[in-house]
Design a protein around this ligand. Structure first.
Ligand code: EPU
Length: 332
């Protein structure tokens, strides 16, 4: 049985019955023609928790390639193979002076995962630079193009995580990036203060990417060294009424107003308030520098992580009456 330990960033020792490497859309179509099965699609494995060994055959996405398919005076339309590494794409774009994804530096995973869950960080989300994608229907083998509207993007969500979950294999993503007059997003988190410290007043997209990398490196664990899957839970969204009530009881609680008059809370803050930061459970732990991240600190089993996540959900619910939804996908 092939081991999946090095194919997912939690680094948990799970296996699968069969691992099939997919290098192109045509190869995938051939595979689907030859054999109908309930396949599991594996990209960078950076947002999953494998609960058991996988009985389903695994399709490992290794579709590579980058191509400029259209250019205007201001924009470039870059079509990218879904199996390309995300951060390497960011650095490639920075080197070419293609603007738009520099704030998304160092996010682990593949290009295909970017639209799948509308990855986001430091005020930018995939939706902001997305043009279209191509995906193959796993039942029919047909290739379909999805526009931005067809993807139903939401906070860490898209139609591929909801209505069409498990039905399509994304083969390529086309991004619309700027060639000049880049729209910079400096307002979120520590970006501006770090740029100020470095005495940079007119940052280039490379400088922004470098700063984002240094912020992430200072508080998020490097999955090559410490197994993890990034934020384990989504930041919960609550009503105006509930946010005001919480602010009365907990004056220090971070709340972020959304366009629809709801409020996003920081799951990391809620978890920290419940005393979980740095706490261990078996081989799993709540990361000591960022409570929203669960880590595999010492040969954790899936169960260690699962039990820890349930205990955290329980105490956040008990203290704040808030349900934390996992951001990580559980695979069994
Ligand atoms: N906080 C704490 N204690 C903690 C962690 C955070 O009090 O242990 C509070 C702080 O007040 C901090 C606030 O939470 O100011 C927000 O923290 P941070 O800026 O680190 O962002 P986040 O909301 O925890 C989100 C994304 C991250 C993304 C960062 C930066 C989600 C679920 N997570 O985290 O995405 O990198 O913003 O934009 O939306 C991921 O999805 O895997 C991920 C890492």
């Amino acid at each position: 049985m092939p081991s999946l330990k090095k194919y997912h960033t939690f680094g948990i020792a799970v296996k699968c019955n069969e691992l099939i490497r997919i290098g192109s859309a045509e190869q995938l179509q051939q595979q689907l023609k030859e054999r109908k099965a309930d396949y599991f699609i594996l990209g960078g494995g950076s947002n999953i928790l494998m609960i058991d060994n996988l009985v389903r055959p695994v399709l490992k996405n290794e579709i590579k390639g980058k191509e400029i398919i259209k250019e205007t005076e201001k924009h470039v339309f870059l079509k990218v193979g879904s199996g390309e590494n995300w951060h390497r794409l960011v650095r490639y774009c920075v080197a070419c002076n293609f603007g738009g994804i520099e704030n998304l530096s160092l996010i682990p995973g593949t290009v295909g995962a970017a639209p799948m869950q509308n990855i986001g960080a430091y005020g930018v989300e995939t939706i902001d630079v997305f043009d279209s994608l191509e995906a193959i229907n796993l039942k029919t083998g047909k290739l379909r193009k999805f526009s931005k509207a067809a993807c139903h993007f939401g906070y860490r969500s898209s139609i591929f995580k909801t209505k069409l979950k498990g039905r399509y294999f994304i083969t390529s993503v086309t991004f619309k990036l700027t060639k000049k007059n880049h729209k910079l997003h400096l307002g979120y988190g520590a970006i501006s203060s770090r740029l100020k410290d470095a005495k940079i007043s007119n940052p280039t997209i490379r400088e922004i990417s470098d700063v984002v990398m240094s912020i992430r490196e200072s508080k998020l664990p490097d999955p090559r060294l410490i197994g993890n899957a990034g934020s384990f839970f989504k930041n919960p969204v609550v009503s105006n009424y509930k946010a005001k009530k919480l602010q009365k009881t907990y004056p220090g609680i971070p709340v972020y107003k959304q366009d629809d008059n709801t409020f996003k809370l920081s799951a990391g803050w809620l978890i920290e308030q419940c005393g979980w930061k740095g706490k261990k459970h078996g081989g799993a732990a709540c990361y000591d520098k960022h409570a929203l991240i669960l880590i595999n600190h010492n040969a954790a089993s899936s169960n260690d992580v699962l039990e820890l996540s349930k205990a955290i959900q329980f105490s956040v619910n008990e203290k704040f009456n808030i349900n934390l939804d996992p951001e990580v996908n559980f695979i069994s």
